[in-house]
Design a protein around this ligand. Structure first.
Ligand SMILES: [Zn+2]
Ligand SMILES: [Zn+2]
Length: 120
């Protein structure tokens, strides 16, 4: 992983259909601000081969052009406070079930750290 890459693909799972993974193209605008600009369906096995297991540090907001989760079309993104996995989110407050580890956690505020795929 290079420290200078400006575009990374983060792997997320659909929280309504946990078997469905998707990739989120994140572009760094400046410093540690990232914006999610695109989402596409992908298979997790393929994601590993492509080296998509990258993480980003910083804040992530979704671009106006972000199309939403390819499976359920929801445009938000939640990051699990327990495992750091990303999943689609409909913007509702309250408990959000993490499709990676099964933890139900409260979605709060903005995303400051995101881990993708397998942790290494
Ligand atoms: Zn979804
Ligand atoms: Zn989790």
């Amino acid at each position: 992983m290079t420290e200078h890459s400006r575009v990374v693909v983060v792997v997320a799972r659909c929280s309504r259909q946990p078997g469905k993974a998707f990739g989120i193209r994140c572009e760094r605008s400046e410093g540690t601000s990232w914006s999610g600009t695109w989402a596409f369906a992908l298979r997790e096995s393929a994601a590993e081969r492509e080296g998509y297991s990258q993480s980003i540090e910083g804040s992530l907001s979704m671009d106006a052009a972000y199309p939403g989760c390819p499976s359920c079309m929801r445009g938000g993104l939640a990051v699990c406070g327990s495992c750091g996995g990303a999943s689609c989110w409909g913007g509702e407050l309250g408990e959000h079930p993490c499709p990676w580890c099964g933890t139900r956690s409260r979605v709060e505020g903005e995303i400051t750290r995101l881990r993708a795929g397998g942790d290494r």
